[in-house]
Design a protein around this ligand. Structure first.
Ligand code: 5AD
Ligand code: SF4
Length: 441
């Protein structure tokens, strides 16, 4: 029996998908690289913007025929859009859906899946458990989802206690719950023992991590970074997504003093206008954010900082937008995602007029995006003619693909074979947009 996973949205969803995929594998399903041949399809959805939800929902709609071909097939819809839309609504719109597991119920996935598999009975879909812990590294590389052969996504907390006025996430993922530090660390050790070289610590506001009891000497996010840095086999540590409010000297120092923590931080700013930031309820000002940036760069002059911007937020004037444009350069970001505001049902800002005309949203989006692409290209070009270590993520016929510590993607050629997970010194020979090319030393 085969399963296929389609994941929309953020790395948190990737991590949830992996967790659910493990449950499926423990029941005898093996990963398939195409949906058509699968006996079970898991669609893990996102709802952060309407467009993200629409993509997931339209993917679901297209699976009706697949299900009709064999009614024993199992279609599972999980994640944030599933939580927001609800089981009744989804099953009414898509009668071919068997199981709905909203973002708040992922912890109960095993039980919900077993119930779904048992009723109605599915002849020939019997469970045949496998002990994944006994798989060799080679078997994992062959059989696991590709993301899990190099990087371990480890969630350290669920939910979010913030209430940014535009954001649907707190309502679909609930309030913050921290995993005990001992549990997080043992998961990291387990993944490192399996040969995974990179650990990505995940949480909606990951740096607010504050478990109720200290374990292994870890009582906060800075402590967690230091502890993960000590785990043998872990060569790179990343985390997503920190909130500027919780970024302090202690965290910056922990990063600077931990050699395996990557010199990259994705720190969403959203806007450069104090008025907009206040209405977004971000809990910092423009100058407060810039102070956090200097604090980071004092501790790590070579750190790469990328960010998210939202343009066209309700009430955003041309002057507000100019403030965002000037912040983009002043903060010296190394790259950014730029999003057009999308009104989400149930959020505070959904009650305000979505009053920036679509044409203005589009123009602001285009302007900021091209500014950021220019900046990002320049920052990428600065790596040319340097020798850098690349973590191999995948291999093609004649070349390899991997990443620098700063997060930039590298395509390189080599006279010797490499496997995903290898760390290879590469001479960077060229740049194009955000990607680099090179030759292994
Ligand atoms: N509209 C547009 N962008 C949004 N984001 C979150 N909510 C919205 C919304 N309603 C963006 C933010 C966040 C990223 C994950 O998605 O920039 O950092
Ligand atoms: Fe999308 Fe947010 Fe859910 Fe991630 S947490 S999948 S970005 S809605």
């Amino acid at each position: 029996m085969k399963f296929f996973v389609e994941t929309f949205g953020c790395q948190m969803n990737t991590s949830d998908s992996q967790e659910m995929a493990r449950s499926l594998m423990a029941r005898g399903f093996v990963p398939s690289d195409n949906a058509r041949d699968a006996d079970c399809i898991l669609v893990n959805t996102c709802t952060v913007r309407q467009h993200a939800e629409d993509k997931a929902v339209s993917f679901l709609g297209r699976l009706a025929e697949w299900k009709e071909a064999d009614p024993r097939r199992v279609l599972v819809v999980a994640g944030c859009a599933a939580e927001r839309l609800g089981e009744k609504n989804l099953k009414r719109r898509f009668p071919h859906v068997d199981l709905v597991v909203g973002a708040k119920s992922i912890d109960r996935f095993d039980r919900l899946l077993d119930e779904c598999m048992a009723s109605p009975p599915r002849d020939g879909f019997d469970a045949r458990g496998e002990d994944l812990g006994s798989w060799s590294r080679e078997t994992r590389i062959e059989r696991l989802l590709p993301e899990e052969t190099v990087s371990a996504h480890v969630s350290v907390m669920r939910g979010c206690n913030y209430a940014c006025s535009y954001c649907v996430v707190p309502s679909v993922r609930g309030r913050e719950v921290y995993r005990p530090a001992g549990t997080v660390l043992s998961e990291v050790r387990q993944k490192a023992a399996l040969g995974l070289k990179e650990v990505i610590l995940l949480g909606q506001t990951v740096n607010s991590y504050r478990p109720s009891a200290a374990e292994d000497g870890v009582s906060d996010f800075a402590g967690l970074l230091r502890a993960v840095n000590q785990v043998p086999g872990v060569r790179r540590i990343r985390f997503m997504s920190p909130h500027p409010f919780y970024l302090d000297e202690k965290t910056a120092n922990a990063m600077a003093e931990s050699e395996n923590v990557c010199r990259h931080m994705h720190l969403p700013v959203q806007s450069g206008s104090d008025g907009v930031l206040e209405r977004m309820r971000r809990n910092y000002t423009r100058s407060g954010f810039l102070e956090k940036m200097s604090l980071l760069r004092r501790a790590m002059p070579d750190i790469f900082v990328t960010t998210d911007f939202i343009v066209g937020f309700p009430g955003e004037t041309e002057e507000d937008f100019r403030a965002t444009i000037s912040l983009a350069s002043e903060a010296d970001f190394d790259g950014a995602y730029v999003f057009k505001y999308s009104s989400r049902p149930g959020t505070v800002s959904a009650g305000w007029p979505d009053d920036v005309p679509e044409a203005a949203k589009e123009a602001r989006h285009g302007e900021l995006l091209s500014l950021m692409e220019g900046i990002s290209t320049k920052k990428t070009e600065a790596f040319v003619n340097r020798r850098r270590e690349v973590l191999v993520e995948s291999k093609g016929e004649h070349s390899f693909e991997g990443r620098l510590r700063e997060g930039r993607k590298v395509f390189f050629t080599s006279g010797t074979p490499h496997r995903p997970g290898d760390l290879v010194p590469v001479d960077i020979t060229g740049a194009s947009g955000r990607t680099l090319k090179g030759r292994a030393v």
